[in-house]
Design a protein around this ligand. Structure first.
Ligand code: NAD
Ligand code: ZN
Length: 251
């Protein structure tokens, strides 16, 4: 729905405290498959078998083999794409204040976004289940499955599994910035994982305009999205930025 890019640029070019809520979809064009949607990991495995904390604690070797190993291999080399870069442009234009991300890939920070709330933790570090020692994921040796700390304890990523609590500070700050924003960009999330999916509702209830970027409709699209931009983040974001810059150049 490219005809909505101009109205979305109108909204954003006058916004002063926009917030973005991002999900796995913004990183698809960086080569990281999402969980749901086309080509998603969950077409192959049962989420409750691999991404639940009980599954991990019961059988860490299987969860490392089915989920964490591939994630590490992908994230070791993944780089931000024009979707991430567009959010950095929006911040530099004085429009966007904060990125709330459900992603654990660190690509927003790598692209240059300065205020990123990691709602589900991050994958950059691992912790030992026994002694809590932390080690960089990039330094984990995959020859041994599951990988272990020098004390012999099993390593787990610093992101949260299903069945675990959202970090309290991330939750509280996300709710606060969502309630205070004048526009919310909802990019690449299926808006089905709670409580992240409530943030657009908090924003909408407090008067924000909801702009959604996703190649497929989500539960938000017909309910609360004011401007659904149908397409991939890597192609929509540069067009949106260009339309905003045109307005700034000739007010
Ligand atoms: P999701 O996997 O449930 O949904 C992905 C969404 O992205 C879908 O709606 C899909 O239509 C959309 N999408 C696909 N390609 C896109 C593109 N090019 N541009 C924009 N949108 C696109 O993702 P979710 O809602 O974030 O929930 C999944 C959970 O899995 C999250 O909690 C997240 O922590 C985790 N996860 C993270 C990563 C990562 O860090 N990159 C990857 C996979 C899963
Ligand atoms: Zn240890």
């Amino acid at each position: 729905m490219s005809d909505l890019i101009e109205p979305a640029a109108d909204v954003l070019s006058t916004a002063k405290r926009a917030v973005a809520l991002t999900g796995a979809g913004i990183s698809v064009e960086s080569g990281i498959p999402p969980f749901r949607g086309k080509g998603g990991l969950w077409e192959k495995v049962d989420p409750m078998k691999v991404a639940h904390i009980d599954a991990f604690l019961d059988d860490p070797e299987t969860v490392w083999n089915l989920l964490i190993k591939d994630m590490k291999t992908l994230l070791d080399t993944a780089r931000p794409n024009p979707g991430h870069a567009g959010l950095v442009d929006l911040e530099r234009l004085g429009i966007l204040k904060t990125v709330i991300t459900q992603n654990v890939d660190g690509l927003h920070q790598m692209a240059g976004s300065s205020d990123v709330i990691e709602f589900h933790g991050n994958f950059a570090w691992q912790s030992c289940l026994d002694c809590n020692q932390r080690i960089k994921t990039s330094q984990v040796d995959l020859a041994q499955m599951p990988p272990r700390c020098s004390c012999g304890g099993i390593l787990r990523p610093d992101c949260i599994f299903f069945g675990e609590m959202i970090p309290q500070d991330a939750l509280v700050r996300s709710q606060r910035v969502s309630a205070a924003c004048d526009a919310m960009l909802v990019i690449g999330t299926s808006a089905t994982v709670q409580p992240a999916a409530t943030m657009p509702y908090i924003a909408k209830d407090n008067g924000a305009v909801i702009i959604e970027i996703n190649p497929e409709p989500t539960p938000l699209t017909s309910r609360i999205s004011d401007l659904p931009l149908l397409g991939g983040a890597g192609s929509i974001m540069p067009r949106l930025i260009q339309a905003i810059r045109r307005r700034r150049a000739s007010p």
